[in-house]
Design a protein around this ligand. Structure first.
Ligand code: HPA
Length: 278
């Protein structure tokens, strides 16, 4: 067994020693959704620090725990706080939580984040359904010996964001009267925000939003055959598109303002996933 898989197994055993909860959906809470757990029927929480070997986030506003509970009737595990590559962890640690949630039983990975809007027409406070991604600016989490227990060496990436889940998300947004944008998410390493020239490049490459997470998690989850759905909260216009300098505070404040819509949409999508993919 390779080192990465061994560590995953240790984490899994540590979780299983503390809970037998089996989630159907794994939800990663980005900025703006951090307190999402207040709206779900919580069964149990587990601090990341209670899981042997689990990477613990260092970013302010990214408290670290798993929340096990129900959205409607759907069993979910929520990650309150994710680990970012810019914190200095190896990519295998950054995607360990996604792999662990699959191991717990989750078939769907619901990724959320705060992102900078790049394409014309994006406004701060918009929600964007992620329909595709560019992960080429961060190392692949699949580099190194392939973990055959998880997936194949050369996985297909033609449909990272699941078409059925995209349709569900569109339908839910429309029923809630939310004018959701759609587009391609590009991950940079961060932690610095992009320069105006990098944002111009991202736009030239076809990105609609830029951020510092998500795409690597989606690559690892797709490798394992999970169905993925992703929503970005456009917390700001990316550098050079916005006239004002960026700050983490502004990003969080705008994400907080969008939070009620963001939460309602996430809830509706999860309930619909429970009905149609259960
Ligand atoms: N760039 C990168 N990451 C981000 C941004 C941004 O403008 N906003 C929120 N996360």
């Amino acid at each position: 067994m390779g080192e990465v898989y061994e560590k995953l197994t240790r984490c899994y055993e540590s979780v299983r020693a503390q809970t037998d909860f089996e989630p159907q959906v794994a939800l990663v809470l980005g900025s703006g959704l951090g307190d999402y757990a207040s709206g779900i029927r919580v069964k149990q929480t587990l601090d990341y620090s209670e899981i042997e070997g689990f990477p613990v986030s260092t970013v302010p506003g990214h408290a670290g725990k798993f929340i096990f509970g129900y959205v409607g009737d759907v069993p979910v595990v929520c990650m309150q706080g994710r680990v970012h590559y810019y914190e200095g962890y190896p990519m295998s640690d950054v995607v360990l939580p996604a792999r662990l949630m699959k191991r717990m039983g989750a078939k769907v990975l619901f990724l959320t984040n705060a992102a900078g809007g790049v394409s014309l027409g994006m406004r701060a406070g918009d929600l964007m359904l992620i329909t595709g991604q560019i992960a080429s600016f961060v190392p692949s989490p699949l580099i190194g010996a392939n973990i055959d227990e998880l997936g194949e060496r050369f996985p297909d990436m033609s449909e990272i964001y699941n078409r059925d889940l995209i349709m569900i998300a569109r339908k839910c947004a429309s029923e809630l009267g939310i004018d959701i944008k759609e587009g391609t998410y590009l991950q940079f390493t961060g932690p610095a925000y992009e320069s105006p020239q990098e944002v111009a490049m991202a736009r030239l490459l076809g990105a609609d939003a830029v951020g510092m997470s998500t795409a690597c998690e989606a690559v690892a989850a797709n490798h394992m055959g999970m169905k993925i759905v992703g929503i970005s909260c456009i917390s700001n216009l990316a550098c050079g598109i916005s006239a004002v300098p960026l700050s983490h505070k502004e990003v969080q404040e705008t994400a907080d303002q969008a939070a009620p819509r963001f939460k309602a949409l996430v809830t509706a999508i999860i309930e619909e996933i429970g009905k149609s993919c259960g």
